[in-house]
Ligand binder design. Sequence first.
Ligand code: SF4
Length: 225
Amino acid sequence: MDTTHNNIESLLLRFNDKSPQEVLSWFLSAYSGRIALASGLGAEGQVLTDMISKIDKSIRIFTIDTGRLFPESYKLIDRNNRRYEINMEVFFPDHKEVESYILQHGINGFYDSVEKRKACCHARKMEPLKRALANLDVWICGLRNEQSITRKSVQMIEWDESNGLIKLNPLIHWTEDEVWKYIKFNNVPYNRLHDKGFPSIGCQPCTRAVESGHDIRSGRWWWEN
Ligand code: SF4
């Protein structure tokens, strides 16, 4: 199997109009042992966890515990493990990086500037993600094109230059409505915060509920606008 960026175009031609389950079935088999789902524990991550567990329970599914998650997110990890009889992997940040950040910028330094927020995200999310992706050829993500304007150009299959592997977005063409229809129809467990107006769920201090009809990502880092 070609694990470089050379075959992205041919893979896109072959799979771009296929269903997420068809795409997943092929990739999970073709890249067996070298593919994993990175779940942020949002609605899309839950749909993919359900689909993947129904195809092959041995596929790695991981999430990143930044240390600042909502209690509901921890409950969801536990519910996933019980419901699907899987063992989600949890990656943590390097404690030295986090301790150094807090010493320098304070426990909630991310509110002070965009730079400090990005530095926190780097220490708590990007560094553990890099470790989680080591030795993989493909990582699966729950990105959808309609999630925000900046995500319009995302493709179902992309070459992730910074991490040096293929990024697969099986739900890229799905609408929010399709995601929730799947969740309800398949009785997929989901984060209870979605019922309280949180369309997108990240770290507790950086996520809030949004009014219906507003951009679904406007509940993140709102103080920067
Ligand atoms: Fe830090 Fe907020 Fe980024 Fe979480 S979302 S890593 S708390 S800045």
